[in-house]
Write a protein that binds this ligand. Structure first.
Ligand SMILES: Nc1nc2c(ncn2[C@@H]2O[C@H](COP(=O)(O)OP(=O)(O)OP(=O)(O)O)[C@@H](O)[C@H]2O)c(=O)[nH]1
Ligand SMILES: [Mg+2]
Length: 280
């Protein structure tokens, strides 16, 4: 018992002892801390109360953290497919990836996130369809992904979906896709909004891979995926951080005036560039 505690403190303590939920306990503890005597003799009590409060708060936070259904990112980018029920989300996921979600005429067929991986020119895009119940735990996936595909049947759904994204404060690049769109077009649209570039490496003396926009190179080579605006330095560091120390120059096919033009670390790369790094 604290020395010289006020009546208010004891009232707060009785609230604490009577509290049933964690939230009530937190509120009562905060009240106790406010009302606790602040003199030297009561220091131990105050620190005990603060510790108890911190413990309770961390418990309630981990409980609420469980309400989010974040899915570990795999591949080069994570894209969320969202839309009203029966807008064709599962059909899109089937069309673009290896996933086999159930498709039916029954509204709200999809009840949990469905995940698949799409290949775009060797780039791996992780696609996640979320249920149209728009529960908070599913919306957190849309809040944390890199870009959003909004599945729509017609133009009228656009407004509704944009309002929904705003309501959940989802501010990610997005594009609208309708069921009838061609697979290649959809992937190109998604790639454009991601704000990424793909860059292919080649070894000195070897033939450079032939890159035709939107098509994987015939060699099947997987590109390096970098942020838009990335430089040669970013590409070199992506291969190995220590590599930067030994860098001499690079030759580029694509973003240079002449094929195989010589550049330094500061040269800005573009989508579908081929880079040959000279080091040593
Ligand atoms: N017009 C048209 N309809 C299609 C096509 N593919 C699927 N459908 C129909 O579109 C409806 C919705 O398809 P889903 O892909 O299951 O839609 P969803 O958005 O996943 O729906 P829920 O999971 O129930 O919210 C179904 O009735 C399908 O039969 C298509 O290529 N063209
Ligand atoms: Mg579905």
């Amino acid at each position: 018992m604290p020395v010289n505690a006020t009546a208010e403190y004891y009232r707060a303590e009785s609230h604490y002892l009577a509290a049933k939920t964690r939230e009530e306990k937190i509120a009562a503890l905060e009240e106790m801390i406010r009302e606790a005597p602040k003199h030297k003799g009561a220091e131990a009590l105050l620190s005990q109360l603060k510790q108890r409060l911190a413990k309770l708060k961390s418990q309630s936070e981990s409980k609420s953290a469980r309400k989010t259904a974040n899915i570990p990112k795999e591949g080069d980018a994570q894209i969320c497919i969202i839309g009203l029920t029966q807008s064709g989300k599962s059909s899109l996921l089937r069309k673009l990836t290896n996933a086999k979600p159930k498709i039916s005429e029954q509204p709200y067929t999809t009840t949990k996130p469905e995940i698949g991986v799409a290949d775009y020119c060797g780039v791996k895009l992780q696609l996640i369809e979320i249920p149209s119940s728009f529960r908070r735990e599913f919306m957190s996936i849309a809040q944390n992904c890199d870009a959003i595909i909004i599945a729509i049947r017609d133009g009228d759904e656009k407004e509704t979906m944009l309002e929904l994204l705003e309501r959940f404060r989802i501010r990610k690049p997005f594009c609208f896709i309708t069921l009838e769109e061609d697979e290649k077009k959809i992937k190109e649209k998604v790639w454009k909004i991601l704000g990424l570039i793909k860059v292919y490496t080649k070894e000195p003396g070897k033939k450079q891979p032939k890159i035709e926009g939107g098509k994987p190179p015939s060699s099947g080579q997987k590109p390096m995926v970098l942020e838009e605006g990335a430089t040669v330095a970013d590409a070199v560091a992506d291969i190995h951080k220590d590599f930067l120390k030994f860098f001499r120059f690079a030759r580029i096919w694509g973003s240079t005036k002449f094929p195989g033009g010589k550049v330094g670390l500061e040269h800005r790369l573009e989508d579908d560039d081929v880079i040959e790094i000279h080091a040593g």
